[in-house]
Design a protein around this ligand. Structure first.
Ligand SMILES: Nc1ncnc2c1ncn2[C@@H]1O[C@H](COP(=O)(O)OP(=O)(O)OP(=O)(O)O)[C@@H](O)[C@H]1O
Length: 264
């Protein structure tokens, strides 16, 4: 990670002291000769909300899938709450809620039926089940749509149903893959409100390619481009790299490198 400035490492004095809950340790994923992500190393401390930023195709989803144990890394180790996700996935998954980019929504079901199905699949007793469903319905503001088919819900509600499923087993770590992608401004506001509420008690890694999202939600940002880490530090530090402009910083760390050869 040659581009990460030394001053950024020192700009996060609290991170090192926090218990690491999400750890990417030299993660790489190769598809034949192509590296979807290469040597990704960062850690999210307990209670942090970190934005995982990068342009389309940067390798965010691939890295998140390795962190969740959904795919095996070609190299490196992923840990959730200290559990190696290749060796001890079940223990790690108990602590983890994962919202994939296209959530596992069963469109013909209602949110109530889907949550009930997942609660049964997770082996929750009927006493706990009702309590947990009530809680996630409250957190995700789903009470008005509980008995409508998921296929008929707006995209914003579909995202919140996906999030409710990820929260059902009360995980303390959340990995959310572009939860606001494709939503209108009002829906984005609703999903962000839910995430802010969750961030009060949980450790969150949130992927996005939207700079406003980073500014609105996170203090810290990990930026990747073409599968490689380009920055890990505060949002303010990133802004400074663009002389006060986040757009410029993003541009120089993503497009900048690709453009340089053709300019010389
Ligand atoms: N199973 C696969 N086989 C081959 N290439 C893949 C596979 N999965 C992902 N890729 C490639 O790896 C690269 C990174 O993809 P990834 O989905 O991780 O990016 P991303 O940052 O999440 O992008 P987006 O914001 O568009 O979702 C892309 O070039 C993608 O085409």
């Amino acid at each position: 990670m040659t581009e990460t400035p030394a001053e950024q490492a020192s700009s996060e004095p609290t991170t090192a002291a926090k218990r690491p809950m999400i750890e990417a340790i030299g993660l790489s994923k190769f598809y034949g000769p192509f590296a979807a992500s290469r040597d990704i190393t960062f850690s999210v401390g307990e209670g942090e909300l970190v934005a995982f930023l990068g342009p389309n195709g940067a390798g965010k989803s691939t890295t998140m899938k390795m962190l969740t144990g959904y795919i095996a890394p070609s190299e490196g180790v992923a840990k959730i709450a200290g559990h190696n996700m290749m060796e001890d996935r079940i223990a790690g998954s108990r602590r983890l809620g994962y919202l994939p980019e296209s959530g596992p929504l069963y469109y013909e079901m209602t949110p109530m039926a889907m949550l009930s199905f997942f609660a049964d699949a997770r082996g929750l007793s009927s006493a706990i089940k009702k309590d947990r469903i009530d809680k996630v319905v409250d957190i995700c503001d789903l009470s008005t749509v509980m008995y409508k088919p998921i296929s008929k819900l707006s995209k914003g509600f579909k995202q919140r149903v996906g999030m409710s499923q990820a929260l059902l087993h009360e995980p303390d770590v959340l990995i959310l893959d572009e939860p606001t992608a494709g939503l209108d401004p009002n829906q984005i506001r609703g999903v962000r409100k839910t995430m802010r509420r969750l961030s009060e008690t949980k450790t969150i890694l949130l992927s996005t390619h939207i700079l406003q999202e980073v500014e609105a939600m996170a203090d810290r940002v990990v930026l990747i481009n073409e599968g490689r880490m380009r920055y890990d530090g505060s949002v303010e530090g990133l802004r400074q790299r663009g002389d006060g402009d986040l757009d410029d910083a993003f541009h120089s760390l993503t497009l900048g490198e690709a453009m340089e050869p053709s300019e010389t």
